[in-house]
Design a protein around this ligand. Sequence first.
Ligand SMILES: Cc1ncc(COP(=O)(O)O)c(C=O)c1O
Length: 371
Amino acid sequence: MTSPQADGVPVSMPDLGPEEADNVADAVRSTWISSAGQYLDTFEREFGRLCETEHVVPVSNGTVALHLVLEALGVGAGDEVIVPSMTYIATANAVSYCGATPVFVDISADTWGIDPGAVEAAITPRTVAVIAVHLYGHPADMDPLRALADQHGLALVEDAAEAPFAEYKGRRAGSLGDVATFSFYGNKVVTSGEGGAVTTNDAALAARMRLLRGQGMDPERRYWFPVIGYNYRLTNVAAALLCGQLSRVDEMLARRRALYATYDEHFRDVPGLTLQPVADWAVTTPWLYGLLLDDAETRDRVAGRLTAQGIDTRPFFVPIHTLPPYRGRCASELPVTARLGDCGLSLPTSSAFAPDVAARVASAVLRGLPA
Ligand SMILES: Cc1ncc(COP(=O)(O)O)c(C=O)c1O
């Protein structure tokens, strides 16, 4: 494979092969380019098989997937939804779109996922749901969350945008809560440029989501709209791309795992570096390799040195409760979230990289550390 990043290393890049190009060309030739077609049917079947769920609802991106789920669950004004502050902003924004309030809690240092103890402490009579984000490919600790959800009558939603195919105690992400969302944005493990999906084993919820996704039109009666819906549909062209990606997913994950292994080998036991924890019950999805440096200054200095060598990186997410739309909403300190926000750095990760990229980047990181 040629190295498309000869002059620099992007933090991520889509891995697109002839299967994807052939499928897209086939969809175009067939003229089925809107929101029906054989690739959508195949994608639903195949993604459901891989996520071990009965129902797959393809949608236009991971953000609307979250909104669709919350709307279908009936989340609205006056409700509270517990979310981690360390996540992409879409998780919180989807709650706001419903007129509900996101309640931010800390993550656990052992998984970087939402801390079940913090969730329990944040439950009020207004709480209606918890969104467990599988952050940076690691599944959240779902059993205690399930117990809390059952005890308090809450919906348990997985935001699995960053962790398709990850496993929790032998079960696949997407099948662990009541309902789960995925993103197929260009930097994700499988991509259609923009795209998303919802998975669930709840037939009634799936039907409600299909109704809302298609402008609220009654499936039995054309141009009859019993409710206000949305246009959140995915196209058959995007699904054609996704079918190509899914046909190569084992090989793509293996390449990503090899990259992670190379990074781990270089960074393990290096003073000043903390690797992503992996719980013994987890099989992670190698989405975007992340590690923690000692403090924000060191993180930014190392990132700057890498940039100077043409190596692109990303700081971890800025804790959402510190961002302007949500500032001042969090009653307590979130120390683990703060540490990741200050010290976390994501390194280039893509199954399209040439095999030597991880070693090259890792050496540059080690050279960039303070003496
Ligand atoms: C945790 C998480 N949730 C939701 C999203 C939103 O997905 P999209 O960008 O497809 O709208 C993303 C990433 O993009 C994400 O990382």
